[in-house]
Structures are given as structure tokens and as C-alpha cells.
Design a protein around this ligand. Structure first.
Ligand code: ZN
Length: 194
């Protein structure tokens, strides 16, 4: 379960806070809750989101000059640290922290709104992250978020992505269950193609 937290500052939209994570954790005690913090000064909110029951806490490289420390704090709070970056931010800016994270999220649209089209250059970032994972001996997952659906699920999995986030492609369809089934089937085709 991937939850997009937006603060109305870092992104021009406002969503929800730790209370929703807490409610989800109560309702689904064993589910992975993957919290994507699109907020400025994420260090202020880590403890609240950790206490609420987040499994993964992912912060944007652009939101803090103290990325290394923030990622260590997430680990110390008992969550899995994740790091992410906007489509316009070079992936090289993450190299120094790749040894600290369990997940790297590649944004394949600009963060803040659902329903945008996939930016094709995102797959080049995923490819580099897979190369570096091997070269540096890291074991993070590569996750992709934005514009993912049945049409590109196979391609992004074949391109090295381990975790796919889909919103509109599921919830804006008349049959969300069927949409999930279709995306999973296409993602498996990508594994076989790999
Ligand atoms: Zn997200």
C-alpha cells in the first residue's frame, strides 16, 4: 500500500498525514505501508509517521540538505529508509546515500497530482540504479511511481523496476480488481522478458 503524503508546499497539493497511516495500520496490521513523503523538512515528521505504523518512509532528496542524517533517523525509528527524486533531478545526486536505503523511488511524473503521463527518461534512471546496486553491493529495491498501468508495466519491470506504484490506472477504472490483475499479469511478462 503506497500512500502519497503532500504538504501544499513541496508539491502544490494537500493530502493527509499520520492519522491516515495509523487508521490503515489498524485496519491492515500485516500490510506493507509504503509512505512517500512529498513534504518540506521531512525530519519534522519522521517520528509521527513511524509511530503511526509506516513500514517504509521515503523522502525526497530535494526537501532536505541533511539527507544522510534523515535516512539514518528513519532506520533508527525502526522503519525502512527510502529515497526519491523529481524527474528533473539527476540520479547521480543519490549515489552517496545508496548504501543507507532499502528502496529508491524513481518518480516517472512530477509529484503532486495523479493521472499524469509517464516520462520515458525515467527508465534510464532505473537502469543506472540497477547497475550501481550491483557495482556497490547494495540491496535496495527500485520502485517506480507515476503513469504506471497495464500498457507499460512489462516495460518498466524488464527495465529493472522491482516495485510498481499505480493509482489512476486502478482507481479510475470501473473494475479496480480487474485493473490490478491486468497490471500484475503484464508485470510478470516483464520478468520473463528480463
Ligand atoms: Zn508516490
Amino acid at each position: 500500500m503506497h500512500l502519497d503524503v503532500m504538504d501544499g508546499h513541496f508539491v502544490p497539493n494537500l493530502s493527509y498525514g499520520p492519522a491516515l497511516v495509523e487508521a490503515c495500520r489498524r485496519r491492515w496490521p500485516d500490510t506493507v505501508i509504503d509512505v512517500h513523503l512529498m513534504v518540506e523538512k521531512p525530519g519534522y515528521f519522521l517520528e509521527a509517521f513511524a509511530k503511526a505504523g509506516s513500514t517504509v518512509l521515503t523522502v525526497h532528496q530535494e526537501t532536505t540538505p541533511h539527507l544522510h542524517r534523515v535516512l539514518q533517523e528513519i532506520r533508527d525509528l525502526g522503519c525502512s529508509p527510502g529515497v526519491t527524486l523529481n524527474p528533473g533531478t539527476p540520479v547521480e545526486t543519490l549515489r552517496a546515500v545508496l548504501g543507507l536505503v532499502d528502496l529508491v523511488l524513481v518518480m516517472s511524473v512530477n509529484p503532486g497530482f495523479g493521472g499524469q503521463a509517464f516520462i520515458p527518461g525515467s527508465l534510464e534512471k532505473a537502469r543506472l540504479l540497477c547497475c550501481w546496486r550491483e557495482a556497490l553491493g547494495c540491496d535496495y529495491l527500485v520502485e517506480i511511481d507515476g503513469g504506471i498501468g497495464p500498457d507499460n508495466a512489462a516495460r518498466v519491470v524488464a527495465g529493472g523496476c522491482d516495485v510498481l506504484v499505480a493509482g489512476s490506472a486502478i482507481f479510475n477504472t470501473p473494475e479496480p480488481h480487474e485493473a490490478v490483475r491486468k497490471i500484475r499479469a503484464r508485470a510478470l511478462e516483464g520478468v520473463l522478458r528480463d
